[in-house]
Write a protein that binds this ligand. Structure first.
Ligand code: ATP
Ligand code: ZN
Length: 286
């Protein structure tokens, strides 16, 4: 029987689309599994299982799936026999403590003896213990943000991305407990054959995510500026330099990190760079 790597992803929710997109951009021919329990890629030895994200760590521990994509918060909270093998750079959010807007906050000690509602009791307990705060934890599975308003708790710990949900429920964010993003996790024992498939997949994921974080940059510059510009945008090995038909000028091509780009642009201009073009990269293999 042919060996497949079984990848568990969220059936529906905030991780679903990002997980599918990443796998598809990695060249896996898979169909959207709405309503389906599993699907196979036509061109790569993987099987995708569509599950509730909260169940994925357990399924991996039980060897029903080999690897999975979950929020780091779920990976830490469930605390199963899973290892984090790759951060995936999407579904970025934070787990934060929030209290009623009208209440004073003088640091964590304000939570001493209070009741905190959360879907993440393990993470919250660890955080409170590390900070020597004794507080009650009230575990609820959804709509955590309404707990203070209905008198169920004094504070909450929940996922925040922009904070607008907190505001509209009369809450203010007071502490960040952990940062989270989508991660790939794996079980403790993969066969050599599955490891080999996983390595090929990780190689592709890396190529896709590096490409997203980098841009191809082309610019024109006077020849005497080439050295200075190279020191600012060295690229993967070194830039490509081609002469323009206009004497004393060159076209320089390189790769630049997306986040660093805006900081570097003024410097490049001050060295005499002109006609700067920035182009997306689809895949990048270092
Ligand atoms: P259910 O299990 O009922 O589907 P859930 O809250 O576990 O609900 P989602 O809301 O789909 O599932 O969230 C899945 C993961 O996506 C979370 O564990 C978290 O890592 C991440 N996430 C949640 N909210 C946001 C957000 N606003 N922005 C970015 N990432 C988020
Ligand atoms: Zn969930």
């Amino acid at each position: 029987m042919k060996n497949y790597l079984r990848i568990a992803i969220q059936k529906s929710g905030r991780l679903q689309e990002g997980s599918m997109t990443l796998l598809k951009e990695s060249g896996l021919a898979i169909s959207n599994g709405r309503g389906q329990l599993k699907t196979q890629a036509h061109n790569f030895p993987v099987e995708i299982l569509f599950l509730r994200d909260d169940d994925i760590p357990q399924y991996i521990e039980d060897n029903v799936a080999d690897v999975g994509i979950v929020g780091e918060n779920v990976f830490v909270e469930k605390n199963k026999k899973n290892t984090l093998i790759k951060r995936l750079d999407f579904a970025k959010c934070r787990l934060s403590l929030a209290i009623s807007k009208s209440e004073d906050y003088k640091g964590l000690s304000s939570l001493q003896g209070k009741n905190i509602a959360t879907s993440y009791p393990v993470i919250v307990r660890k955080y409170l213990d590390a900070n020597n705060i004794k507080a009650g934890i009230h575990e609820i599975s959804g709509s955590v943000e309404i707990a203070p308003g209905i008198g169920l708790a004094d504070a909450i710990c929940d996922i925040v991305s922009t904070g607008s949900t907190l505001l509209s429920n009369g809450l203010k964010e007071v502490e960040t407990v952990m940062l989270s993003e989508a991660v790939m996790i794996a079980g403790p024992e993969l066969s050599d054959e599955k490891k080999e498939i996983l390595d090929r997949l990780l190689f592709r994921l890396e190529a896709v995510n590096s490409a997203k974080n980098n841009k191809y940059i082309l610019l024109n510059c006077p020849d005497e500026a080439i050295e200075k510009i190279t020191s600012v945008i060295p690229g993967m090995k070194s830039p490509t330099v081609m002469p323009l038909s206009r004497k004393g000028w060159s076209s320089l091509h390189s790769v630049v990190n997306e986040n660093a780009f805006w900081e570097k642009i003024d410097q490049l201009k001050s060295f005499g760079a002109e006609g700067i073009l920035v182009i997306p990269i689809e895949k990048m293999i270092r």
